[in-house]
Design a protein around this ligand. Structure first.
Ligand code: B12
Ligand code: SF4
Length: 493
């Protein structure tokens, strides 16, 4: 077995460059541990030239791409074709090839797919890469046989997570320690401590990718591996990207107590009671993220099968109201069978939640059918025709204002174009307590009135020049303070 080299590629967009490529870091750690080498190439999707140069410079034995379902799929296909033409072998990993391995292998430029966790599959493949006869013995791998047909091996058992604690020296971590929590902390470290989630939400990749099985790093090993990094890089906050950080509450609180830093993490609304809020506060939680999903109990119960109700959401945000903990809720509009009335109900629900707790933010996206999930099948029954080519998944950008959804039978175009923007600005108006905007935007959201959005235009401009979101420089801070004082005086009058 000889030492092999892999170029691992992950692309990002302008708005999210601060998140470290955790998947590639885990893979590179496993490769290093097993005597192989990895070159991590984490670039903006517009920098194909730089990606190509880095791959050529390192002359790898294998080129790996980390691919989600949605935008950038076309870019990954283009890069794969380019590298294939130059004679490289290509492997795709991450959620998209794990959910649609056969379809991805139909792309002529892709030689292999890794299904599920990639650490041991990739090492196994590198050890056997020169011996095609052995490809069928590698669990978790999909490949093409001599006839060019896709062969999908049995899934690999989940790995022991503690065997692969990230080796942070494999990237220039300095580049990834960015400000977060409205600039309050300057050097936030982003990581995951667990994988998977046991719940049954019918849109979630977890159903297929992690088979509803939750695994985690042990507190002791995780904390021991992080403490030196925190000290060396003067990390001042942590953002946990686990799908559901608080599945084991005792474990989660033990981690944050031992790390003793302000943090962001995710949970489910039914976890929230007085005790939970008390612990969040005591451990310096700055932001907690939930999946609210919808304001319709039919959608939550019958369609998404979320295992919670709108009452649970209201209770959670009420309990968090005075905690000063920023609370964010993910909303999914447009799941199959959602009616226009149910979409409207969710918009009104959001406005009501802000009346109860003005320290709320929302991430709103339109439903994206992930292959193999319950709602993917339901979408097909409602008229969705899934792309047959990998690059055609590129159009599924659920944040785009021109997103199309064949599975809905109502006129959603205006809703797609405006809902996210209106909700974000409504939440901003509540957070900053700006009276006129609060009233006009609330009425708009409640009545689905998206016409002549002058108020939206003004508030967007103000936000864009950082009057309301950041503390970019002294002049902006000063102007912001003056405006806020004028608003306060007007409120008193
Ligand atoms: C951070 C994050 C992002 C970051 C990306 C950061 C980055 N550099 O990777 C940002 C904010 C950019 C992002 C964006 C999007 N994301 Co995102 N994101 C996540 C999140 C929260 C964490 C990812 C992570 O680092 N996990 C930890 C690592 C260790 O696990 P992993 O990624 O699964 O990696 C393992 C395996 O997948 C595999 N593997 C991964 N890559 C490779 C490559 C090779 C070669 C091999 C062999 C194996 C392999 O091995 C790894 C180690 O075991 C996940 C949810 C989650 N908790 O995983 C969602 C998630 C991955 N995102 C998702 C989606 C859909 C998106 C978007 C498409 C959203 C959209 N617009 O619809 C965008 C588009 C991204 C794009 N196309 O570039 C989905 C993916 C589902 C799917 N079917 O693809 C997830 C699962 C969220 C969800 N619950 O729906 N995301
Ligand atoms: S709780 Fe969140 S991570 Fe878990 S299955 Fe539901 S949507 Fe997925």
């Amino acid at each position: 077995m000889s030492n092999k080299k892999v170029a691992l590629i992950s692309l990002y967009s302008d708005d999210v460059k601060g998140i470290p490529p955790l998947a590639l870091l885990y893979l590179a750690t496993a490769l290093k541990k097993n005597g192989h080498q990895a070159k991590i190439i984490h670039k903006n999707a517009s920098e194909s030239g730089a990606v190509i140069k880095e791959v050529k410079d390192c002359q790898p034995d294998l080129v790996g791409m980390s691919v989600f379902t949605g935008y950038h799929n076309k870019k990954y296909v283009e890069l794969s074709r380019f590298f294939k033409n130059k004679g490289y072998k290509i492997i795709w990993g991450n959620a998209h090839p794990s959910l649609l391995p056969e379809q991805v292998l139909q792309e002529p430029s892709v030689d292999f797919v890794a299904i599920g966790e990639g650490e041991e599959t990739l090492v196994d493949l590198l050890n056997k890469i020169d011996d095609e006869e052995k490809y069928s013995t590698i669990p978790g791998l999909g490949f093409k046989n001599k006839e060019g047909q896709a062969v999908i091996n049995a899934r690999r058992d989940f790995i022991g997570l503690d065997d692969y604690l990230i080796d942070w020296s494999l990237i220039d971590l300095e580049k990834y320690l960015l400000p977060y929590f409205s600039n309050k902390y300057k050097r936030t470290l982003i990581l995951t401590t667990s994988r998977g989630c046991p719940y049954n939400c019918q849109f979630c990749y977890n159903l297929v990718f992690n088979k509803r099985k939750w695994r985690c790093h042990s507190v002791e090993k995780l904390v021991a591996s992080l403490k030196p990094v925190i000290e060396e890089f003067k990390v001042d906050a942590i953002r946990f990207l686990d799908d559901n950080f608080f599945i084991d509450k005792d474990r989660a609180f033990k981690i944050v107590r031992e790390l003793n830093l302000p943090y962001y993490a995710s949970a489910r609304v039914e976890y929230v009671d007085e005790e939970f809020v008390k612990n969040l506060k005591a451990t310096n939680c700055q932001e907690i993220a939930f999946g609210f999903e919808s304001g319709s109990d039919r959608i939550l119960k019958e369609v998404i099968q979320k295992g919670m109700t709108t009452q649970n959401i209201v209770k959670a945000i009420t309990l968090l109201k005075d905690s000063k903990i920023m609370t964010s809720g993910a909303i999914i509009f447009g799941v199959p069978s959602e009616t226009k009335e149910e979409y409207h109900q969710t918009m009104k629900f959001i406005a009501n939640l802000l009346e109860i707790n003005n320290n709320l933010a929302f991430t709103c996206g339109w439903f994206l059918p992930f292959a193999g999930t319950g709602l993917y099948e339901k979408a097909k029954r409602c008229g969705f025709r899934p792309p047959v080519k990998t690059e055609d998944w590129d159009k599924f950008n659920r944040w785009s204002s021109s997103y199309t959804m064949e599975w809905l039978d109502w006129d959603y175009q205006k809703a797609v174009k405006y809902s996210r923007r209106f909700i974000h600005l409504l939440a901003l108006a509540y957070k900053r307590n700006i009276p006129i905007f609060k009233t006009t935007l609330k009425k708009r959201v409640e009545n689905l009135n998206f016409s002549f959005p002058l108020d939206i235009y003004i508030l967007s401009r103000l936000r864009n020049i950082y009057l309301f979101s950041g503390d970019k420089n002294f002049v902006y801070r000063l102007i912001r303070r003056i405006i806020m004082n004028i608003i306060k005086i007007k409120q008193r009058v």
